[in-house]
Every structure is written in structure tokens, then in C-alpha cells.
Design a protein. Structure first.
Length: 254
């Protein structure tokens, strides 16, 4: 590191450590990237990202809190990483909820107020749960600041079996590839997101994105299958709104 960044207060008692984990693990996520190449008729799908905002935030908190707690005693460095990550998380959450988003996302990446950013956490604590999750934050920050190559890099480095964060991280890589004009890669990652977990939040969203990319690639049969799955399995999802129109579009191209 070129500069020294002052580290935050470290809890001393067991009760303080548990409290620190609970506080530091609170976060929120956002999905701000939409397939810009899709039809304007699909713009309403962006709104569905807000529906899973809280779910993803809670999942991130659970992952970080659970893994951090289990490493707390065995690996003191994990405790240190958790404390260091707090300010970067705060910047990320402020970017999600406020204005001046680009500058706040950049602060979440590089740090501020003498505190570490997500990139510092990755470099200094890459082997810890916080270091792993920092790759997710960094990838999403890069995605939202339109640095799609770095978004792919960091999201690919993030590893999780979580039923929400798993598909979301893969789907976000798909979003980045859409912006990089690599639709074949985008489709592959949307399909990985679909396969990673079946739930009412992420599955219909990535089925819909995969279907539209497949349609653009001339894979009408695949698109039709994904649209029909939304209708049959996720009829209450936002993506099911006007799904017959999209089914008809795919059928017309068969």
C-alpha cells in the first residue's frame, strides 16, 4: 500500500466483538444495470430489481456475519478485516441510496477518511470472508460506474453458495457482458445465474434477460422456453407481466 490508513477501533470483549460483527455486516445492494440492447418494452423489468433489494442486502449481511463469526476466534485477521470494511460498506450503501453515486462508489472502492476501500480489503485480507465479499462489492461498484471489465474480474473472483448472492453475482457478470457487446458470454452467465438457485426473486429476472439475449442471437427456441417457464412457474413475478407478448414474439421467430 502506498499510504497508511488508520484502522478503526477493535472490540475487546466478546460481547463487543459480536456487536461489531452485527453492525459491520449490515449492508444493502442494488441492481442498477439493465440490458441496454433490449427493447424499450422491457424497461419495466428494471423496477423489479428494487423488489429484491432488501433480500439481497439481508443475504449479504447473513453471509458476512455468519462467515465472519465462524472465523472470528480461529483467524484474528478476519476480525480485523471486518472492522476495516465498515467504512467502505457505508460508502457503497450511500451510493445505492443517494446522489453523487459515481463518487461514492469510487470511495467504496478506494477508501476515504483514512479508512480502507474494497480494493484494499481484497489486497490485504483476500483470504478472509470479508476479502471474498469485498470482491462482490467491488464488482457491483465497477458495474455501476460502467467499468465493465473490472466488474467481470471482481465478480468472477467472488465465491458463494448463497441462494441469492450466487445468482446475482453471475447475473451481474451477464449484465457487464451485455454492455461489452458480448451477448454469447452474457447469455452463458444468465444461464449460470438461473442454474445457481431457483427462487421467486432472481430466477424469473434472469430467465427474462436470458430469453431476450437468446432472441437477439437468433435462438428463438431457447427464448421461447425461458419465456414459457416464466409464465408457468413464476406467474406472479413482475417479469410475467405481458409475458404472452414475449412468447408471441419468440414464436413468430421460430
Amino acid at each position: 500500500m502506498a499510504t497508511y490508513k488508520k484502522r478503526g477501533y477493535k472490540p475487546k470483549t466478546k460481547a463487543e466483538k459480536v456487536e461489531a460483527i452485527e453492525e459491520n455486516s449490515t449492508t444493502a445492494e442494488v441492481f442498477n444495470t439493465l440490458d441496454e440492447g433490449a427493447s424499450k418494452a422491457e424497461d419495466w423489468a428494471v423496477k423489479n430489481q428494487k423488489n429484491i433489494f432488501i433480500i439481497v442486502g439481508l443475504a449479504a449481511a447473513i453471509v458476512l456475519g455468519y462467515l465472519g463469526y465462524n472465523k472470528f476466534v480461529a483467524e484474528p485477521k478476519a476480525d480485523e478485516a471486518m472492522n476495516e470494511m465498515f467504512t467502505a460498506q457505508k460508502y457503497f450503501e450511500e451510493a445505492v441510496n443517494g446522489t453523487a453515486k459515481d463518487s461514492l462508489y469510487n470511495l467504496s472502492l478506494t477508501g476515504g477518511e483514512g479508512k480502507y476501500g474494497m480494493l484494499d480489503i481484497i489486497n490485504e485480507y483476500g483470504s478472509t470472508p470479508a476479502g471474498n465479499l469485498a470482491n462482490y462489492y467491488a464488482g457491483m461498484a465497477y458495474l455501476n460506474t460502467k467499468d465493465y471489465t473490472n466488474a467481470v474480474k471482481h465478480l468472477s473472483d467472488f465465491k458463494t453458495d448463497d441462494a441469492v448472492l450466487g445468482p446475482v453475482s453471475k447475473g451481474a457478470i451477464g449484465d457487464a457482458f451485455v454492455q461489452l457487446n458480448q451477448p454469447e458470454d452474457a447469455l452463458g452467465y444468465y444461464e449460470k445465474a438461473i442454474a445457481a438457485s431457483t427462487n421467486d426473486y432472481t430466477t424469473p429476472m434472469y430467465l427474462f434477460k436470458a430469453a431476450n439475449v437468446a432472441l437477439g442471437l437468433g435462438q428463438a427456441d431457447k427464448a421461447l422456453g425461458y419465456f414459457k417457464r416464466i409464465k408457468e412457474e413464476f406467474s406472479s413475478a413482475t417479469e410475467a407481466t405481458n409475458i404472452d407478448v414475449f412468447i408471441g414474439r419468440a414464436e413468430a421467430k421460430n
